[in-house]
Design a protein around this ligand. Structure first.
Ligand code: F6P
Length: 368
């Protein structure tokens, strides 16, 4: 019987439990044994009780649970070869040679590296006497499939990552709440949302709530952003708006690559020599990441989880590591490393302040 393991890694995102449920049940449906690796890569490195066989009923009710019930961790040991060697040993001990990982681009890159190294890890386990050659014979090829779980929607090549619409819904809900009190007091609010390198959450939340002004990392504000923001807010106030909402991504930048912080924006809106608005800052923080998944993320998790198991079962030693994407509403398989490299190019362009390039890459992605 083929044994397939499922793991969540990196920052949690709403929908991860739906992924685990779908993979476990699809694996069982296809006549395989399903395993969960608890605590992300840490579970692979430590093995033992952290790698558990799952039954159909073990994942009952998981669609409506937030976070990840099998845990996740940022595992330093897996970055080193001895850690990966221990992971390979534990997988062989459990008879597992197929792994489905739900995480962000960092976690998925780690998975691809593990797969590339797999033959040499097995060789070392034989040469050091841990296993006899015949013991590793059935495990010569490691099969890995990625599912993108992240609230940031920050992986190139897929229209939506699992969790991003839940985080967006939560931001919209929070802004609606803030608006009621802002309106009552005729106040301004600067709302900071997550997204270190990716402004998708801030941009879409701005569109969905009708915010007055938005700051994102990919489109740094011109030097005159202060005048620009103040004149727009002033105009809105003149036409009768009693509330002002400015949404700022945590990675917001100006054209010089300087950070634009919520405090800078607040001080400007509150400046007595300018607009003089009574202004507050709200940092939404991990509220955006926790909680249950919206219907879209549950659906995405389920359809992609099913496809991941199919991909694992159909893979050959020649198949490149793939991830499951959604493109134009279709669930499809794509080569993982190309998407990771495209994503890295955007982050590098932002870091080196080549914003034209960053925007071009994002535009190309949307046009794809
Ligand atoms: O990548 C998801 C994310 O939520 C980012 O938006 C945010 O910058 C980061 O994780 C926060 O990480 P941590 O939970 O480790 O503080």
């Amino acid at each position: 019987k083929k044994k397939i393991a499922i793991m969540t890694s990196g920052g949690d995102s709403p929908g991860m439990n739906g992924v685990v449920r779908a993979c476990v049940r699809m694996a069982i449906h296809m006549g395989c044994d399903a395993y969960c690796v608890y605590e992300g890569y840490e579970g692979l490195v430590q093995g033992g009780d952290l790698i558990r066989k799952m039954e159909w009923h073990d994942v009952r009710g998981w669609l409506s649970e937030g976070g990840t019930l099998i845990g996740t961790a940022r595992c330093m040991a897996f970055y080193e070869r001895p850690g990966r060697l221990a992971a390979a040993k534990n997988m062989v001990l459990h008879g597992i040679d197929a792994l489905i990982i739900c995480g962000g681009d960092g976690s998925l890159t780690g998975a691809d590296r593990f797969r590339a190294e797999w033959p040499s890890l097995l060789e070392e386990l034989v040469s050091t006497g841990v296993f006899k050659p015949e013991q590793i014979q059935p495990f010569m090829h490691l099969n890995i499939v990625g599912l993108v779980g992240s609230i940031d929607n920050d992986l190139s090549g897929t229209d939506a990552t699992i969790g991003c619409y839940s985080a967006l819904a939560r931001i919209c809900y929070a802004v609606d709440l803030i608006e009621a009190t802002a309106q009552s007091h005729s106040r301004a609010f600067v709302v900071e949302v997550m997204g270190r390198h990716c402004g998708w959450l801030a941009l879409m939340a701005g569109v969905a709530t009708g915010a007055d002004f938005i700051f994102i990392p990919e489109k740094p504000r011109e030097d005159n952003w202060r005048q620009e923001m103040c004149s727009i807010v002033e105009e809105h106030r003149k036409i009768g708006k009693r509330k002002t909402i400015v949404i700022i991504a945590e990675g917001a930048l100006d054209k010089q690559g300087g950070k634009i912080t919520p405090t800078m924006v607040k001080d400007l809106l509150a400046d007595k020599n300018g607009l003089g608005l009574d202004t507050r800052i709200t940092t939404l923080g991990h509220v955006q990441r926790g909680g249950t998944a919206v219907a879209y993320d549950r659906m995405l998790a389920t359809l992609q989880g099913v496809e991941a198991v199919k991909a694992v079962l159909e893979a050959t030693p020649e198949t490149k590591t793939c991830f499951i994407a959604i493109t134009e509403n279709k669930i499809i398989r794509k080569p993982l490393m190309e998407a990771v490299l495209d994503t890295k190019q955007v982050a590098t362009a932002i870091e080196s302040q080549d914003f034209e390039k960053a925007m071009g890459l994002r535009d190309a992605e949307f046009a794809e």
